[in-house]
Structure formats: C-alpha cells, structure tokens
Design a protein around this ligand. Structure first.
Ligand code: ZN
Length: 232
C-alpha cells in the first residue's frame, strides 16, 4: 500500500444509500475516482468491465457467452450485465454498500438496479455525475500516451513528456491506446450521450443525483466527491 489512510467505514448515508453510482463520459477519470472512494469508505468497487474481461480470460460460462456476443461486434446485452451485478453484490463484502463503475449504462439497467435493491431490502442508489466539458474530454482522450515499458501515462496537451514521444523515465517510445483514436473517441462520446445521458436524467428526476465539476485535477475532483458524500 502507499500509505493511504485506513478506511473510515461507510459514511452515515450508506445506511440509506447502499449503491453509489459514478457517472460521467469516457475520459472523466471514473476509474481513478471510484478507487479513491472505495479506499476512503472501505466499500468494494464494482466494475462490470473488469468482471467481464476476467470472465473472458478465465473462459467461465459467463465469459464464453460474453465472448460470442463481443466477437460478433455487439454490446453485451443488459440481461447478461445485470446478472453479473446481481451475482457480485450478493457477496458479503457488499453488505455495507458498494460503488459501481460502468453500470448502469442505460435506463433499463438503472431500473433493474432499483428493483434489485428494493427486493433485497437494501438502501437506495445515489448517482454522482462527474461533469467534464467535451473539448477538454477530447484533449484528455486523444492526447493520452502510455509507456509500454513502465506504464507511465502522459498527455500531449496536459502533461507531456520532456522529449516528444519518449518516456522520461526509461527512454522507451510512447504508444497510444487503440481506444484513443479520433474515430473511437467520437463513437464512445456519442454512445455516452445517447445511452448514459438519460441515466443522469433518470437519477435527477428521482432526486438521487449529485454533480461535481470534473474539469480540474484528479485530486480536486476527489475532494469534491468526498465533500458531496459527506453532506448526505
Ligand atoms: Zn517508461
């Protein structure tokens, strides 16, 4: 561990709010932020993407089903993703609450989560939207470069390496994720607008939405998230 403070236990609100849902466009830093929240409150971080990739690697029945769908170029169907979530949250480490990253991705999944929490007599969901201006998202995503040697992440616009395209630490040539090509970025952002934007509205209408400004540094965003969660 890197000297992070010990978890303080879930905030009082988790007696009422059982599932924290982190929403935001690709490039908003949801993975980083959900890790921070998970550490601070001592609740597990559930990423459907991570679970799926692991299932595929292990060739479990679930993984094999998902593989077929993805090989055909389709999104994994709601029913499959929902059963992953249902299965995962019945583990004892979720008893005191949990944080979801990458789920619900559309309003059908959001409704499923509500029904599931009710059926299990758990508290409600609370969504936090990390809002980032689309110009700044494009820069973050298209400027991202990774060192294949040591894993350091750079950004051409925001924090470039000293020598263009070369890792400061070990001199390796930096690479770009295939996910981060212009075309793929456009399609991920438009998927967010058409599928996930309505999820934000779904929680807003239920008065289960908080929002933070995601344009600042990761540390600044974490500070805001902690304060939003404290105020519950
Ligand atoms: Zn390196």
């Amino acid at each position: 561990m890197d000297g992070a403070p010990l978890p303080e236990g879930p905030p009082r609100a988790f007696a009422r709010v059982h599932a924290l849902v982190l929403l935001g466009p690709p490039g908003a830093g949801k993975g980083t932020q959900s890790r921070q929240i998970s550490r601070k409150f001592g609740i597990p971080e559930i990423s459907t993407g991570v679970i799926l990739r692991q299932a595929v690697r292990e060739k479990s029945p679930l993984g094999l089903r998902a593989q077929v769908v993805m090989d055909a170029g389709h999104l994994v169907p709601d029913e499959l993703v929902c059963s992953i979530v249902e299965d995962r949250i019945s583990k004892p480490d979720c008893d005191r609450g949990f944080i979801l990253d990458g789920f619900p991705r559309n309003t059908a999944q959001a409704r499923f989560l509500d029904a599931l929490l009710r059926r299990r007599k758990l508290g409600s969901a609370l969504a936090v939207s990390v809002n980032v201006a689309s110009d700044s998202l494009r820069k973050r995503l298209s400027g991202r470069q990774t060192c294949p040697q040591c894993g350091t992440i750079y950004n051409v616009y925001l924090h470039p390496s000293q020598k263009e395209g070369i890792c400061d630490r070990d001199g390796a040539a930096l690479t770009q994720r295939r996910d981060d090509s212009e075309e793929s970025i456009r399609s991920r952002l438009s998927e967010f607008e058409s599928l996930t934007r309505p999820v934000i509205e779904y929680y807003r209408q239920a008065d289960l939405l908080r929002e933070v400004d995601g344009n600042g540094s990761p540390e600044a965003v974490t500070t805001q998230l902690f304060s939003v969660l404290k105020d519950l």
